[in-house]
Design a binder for this molecule. Sequence first.
Ligand SMILES: [Zn+2]
Length: 398
Amino acid sequence: MGGVGFMSGHLKFTGSFLWRDSPAGDTGNGNDGGSGKALLPATWVDGSLYVHHGVVSRHPEAGLTYREIRGWAVPGLVDVHCHVGLGSSGPVDRDTQEAQARADRDVGVLLIRDCGAPVDTRWINERPELPRIIHCGAHLARPKRYLRYFGLELENPHDLPAEVARQTARGDGWVKIVGDWIDRADGADSDLRPLWDGRILRDAVQAAHEHGARVTVHTFARATIDDLLDAGVDCIEHGTGMDSDHIAEAARRGVPVTPTMLQIARFADFAAQAGAKYPVYAATMSAMHQRNIEHQASLLAAGVQLLPGTDAGGYQAHGSLPTELARWLNLGLRPAEIVDLATWRARDFLGVPVLSEGAPADLVVYPCDPRADIAVLARPALVVLRGEPVAGARVTEL
Ligand SMILES: [Zn+2]
């Protein structure tokens, strides 16, 4: 298995932790799984938390010996836009996939929605020491209308609904569509343009929903958003083209946005590289880069849920979620709010348990309070996955 062995540990954590009280009679595997049942917020609690048999509990079990650790604990962080299986020039081999997953895990990311992968990485979910992955299948794009070797390129755009239906079998309840990209067919006038017409998108989202899957869409362009919202997409990646009407509508529909601030910081580079040949596109990207902070802050102000995502795998490094989250301070969020969004709120959106009585023991312990210093997210004392210590500065002591 390599790395830190599985020691069938029983842990007693003492300190402050982000916990959800379960309603009486609830089994504690607390999430609504899309049922719409209202969930209590998770809140910070002081006291002890016991880890045994892979689950968390407020109560020790008689006869067990617990190793003790102190600090501040949160449910495993979530990266909803993280391409395990993808490198800068396309698919990567299994060793690299594993190294990517470990890099994410080692900074406390214990749940990934992969947001599109050109290779099948479902084997990772059989490895108990690697983070849990909710797969999206392959990115669905068109020839010359996305990064080469990244996605599945449909020659005929009308095939999108059928391909979405096929991808639902490869994914875990999510499908990823590329909504827009530069269309280089227009020479110097080339700009971001939608890949699909609105009717096709509507049929594609309907196909996903009929197969019990949700749809998330890569989009930079303003021209794409009306069609995405009309089609009923469930989630938006980047969303840099959303205007104030789009933002209000996304808030009304409860469609969250993954801001990927590290990735948007690269728009200035994209613009510089494209500048001489594609000046219109370069101007579009520069303008989005310049208004990014203001734009993301307006999403927040309107009540749109922001989802934590790095876009790791293409241009961003795996393990960069703490850096991404630190940037969210620029949006006016307090560290406590960022921790909520990156842990239980993202887990609730994905329908995955948080820390509550009897829930899987996926948690991260820090040496100081992340509500006081968000930078500590980069330095976990202990990462516990499925009840076992797998990483963190103090893992070798346990
Ligand atoms: Zn991506």
